[in-house]
Design a protein around this ligand. Structure first.
Ligand code: COA
Length: 185
């Protein structure tokens, strides 16, 4: 079967990022499997909030608050969780409207990162976006987030802009890269 991914180019990583990525790949103890076939992707509800927060707080230096998730879960967002053996492994929050899909959060539990979970999960979510008539996907990502940049680069996203000082980063600020991906039907 033809790979759904484009060739692995990592245009935004810079030299330091590419070195970090290479180091990560050689240190990875298990091979990329992209086997999310046995996992369940289901709509998230308020009941999932404790499990979401448990992952969110460990995965991000600047996690979303519970209130933000509550609003998303109660609002008009696509909130999906990837469950394996009854446990939440990954989740995502997307907004889809007027032909556009915005990825607002995608997160994999730290102990399951680097195994192809996000790659498979995102492909399924983009299928849903396509079914809901989205023609293009947008997202913002920290310029220093090597794992996320590697993921989006692999999926064929392109950089379309940069927001200077968009994110809080301790006492200072950090740029966001704005990425997009056309969804071909
Ligand atoms: C970004 C994130 C979702 C990736 O999830 P994942 O399941 O580990 O991703 P995958 O295993 O599918 O890997 C995707 C690519 O990223 C690379 N990658 C994954 N983790 C990495 C790491 N820690 N360092 C460097 N590269 C990494 C993989 O090598 C792979 O690239 P490759 O196919 O060229 O080898 C995950 O690291 C995460 O949840 N981070 C915290 C939350 C976050 O930053 N979300 C993104 C917000 S924009």
């Amino acid at each position: 079967m033809e790979s759904p991914f484009r060739p692995k180019e990592h245009p935004w990583l810079g030299l330091a990022g590419q070195n970090e990525l290479a180091k990560f790949k050689s240190s990875r103890s298990c091979p990329m499997s992209l086997s999310i076939a046995n996992n369940l992707i289901i709509p998230l509800t308020q009941h999932d909030l404790p499990a979401i927060m448990q992952i969110e707080r460990r995965a991000y230096d600047f996690p979303w608050t519970e209130k933000v998730f509550e609003d998303c879960l109660g609002g008009d967002y696509l909130c999906r969780g990837l469950y394996e053996k009854g446990e939440l492994r990954a989740y995502a929050v997307l907004s889809i409207a007027v032909g556009e899909c915005h990825i607002l959060n995608v997160c994999v539990a730290p102990e399951f990162q680097g195994r192809g979970v996000a790659s498979g999960f995102l492909l399924s979510l983009l299928d849903i976006a396509r079914e809901r008539q989205a023609e293009i996907v947008f997202l913002e990502v920290r310029a220093s987030n090597i794992a996320a940049l590697a993921l989006y680069s692999k999926m064929g996203f392109s950089e379309i802009g940069r927001r200077n000082g968009y994110y809080r980063n301790g006492e200072s600020r950090e740029d966001a890269l704005v990425l997009s991906l056309p969804l071909l039907s």
